[in-house]
Design a protein around this ligand. Sequence first.
Ligand code: SF4
Length: 352
Amino acid sequence: MSVEGIVKADTADRLVNGSAAGESGNGRLLEIRDLDVSFELARGAARALRGIDLDLHAAEIHGLVGESGSGKTVTSTCIMGLLPVPPARINRGRILYRGTDLLELSEPDRRRTRGREISIVFQEPAKYLNPSLKIGEQITEMLGLHMGMERNRAMERAGELLELVGLPNSRRILSGYPHELSGGMKQRMMIAMAISCDPSMLIADEPTTALDVTLQLQILNLILKLREQFSMGVLFISHDLAVVHEVSDRVSVIYAGKIVESAARDRLFNEPLHPYTQLLLLSIPDAQKRGQRLKTIPGRVPDAEHTPAGCAFHPRCPLAEDICAREIPPTTEHAAGHTAACHMIGKKWISS
Ligand code: SF4
């Protein structure tokens, strides 16, 4: 085996066997650097991610917010190694998990990392549960595969997990099928499966979008509780800024495959710098202003095949000037940990 092969095998082993405990030397659990992804379609290339940077620390909840088609789910599937390549193509970039580039791992090593180190909860649990397999079988399968647990112990652990996510009467649930559960119960079950192998990182991809408000709150509280209990780093993906505000420590705003602003939660909500973030904040419904028309952002996110030149937001931006259509604004840090990509920062503010 070459030296490079040995290094890769060693880092994979450290990840897979969990000996790479804690964060990487610089305190980060996940570091995405300049990740650029496109899809090769018959009619041309579609740029889905245009060089994004994103960090996640242990026990931190990092909210990634943006409209549909902005690149949120491409980001999560890329981290999980579930992007279909081709037609997807990773043009450049790194996804460092505890200092090891996930993009360099072999497929078997990626598979072992999924669920064991990094887990994901999707928006529509029903799609990802096997309707013909009893719930107990679905959870114990994960435990057997990743943790090497024998059946009785795995079934016992599955019961503990269901109790942990607020599904009492676990014995009855384990012997039933997914269709016997309500939407909220299915999402709890997905979360139980996601945390079953004690991952260090959880990706929650629109986990509450299909739920009503009461269930939404319950699931958000559950995610907060699990982060507290297990010190998991959580990448919380949503189109809903109000939901992101409820749970996140840090928030990044993504638009047309590029992170346009990132800051600690309170700073981003109180002192947004980017016009897109400002407009998103103005579009959050306010219970105090009942009867008033909601503000909307004109136009829509460009599709990945037709991203405008310069700043991709310029056709919708009320502050756009000539330079915006010509030059991509660089991402700059305007205060400690507060970055934004806009040519006009500090020049004008959008009034409410
Ligand atoms: Fe608007 Fe120009 Fe800033 Fe883009 S760079 S957000 S178009 S002001």
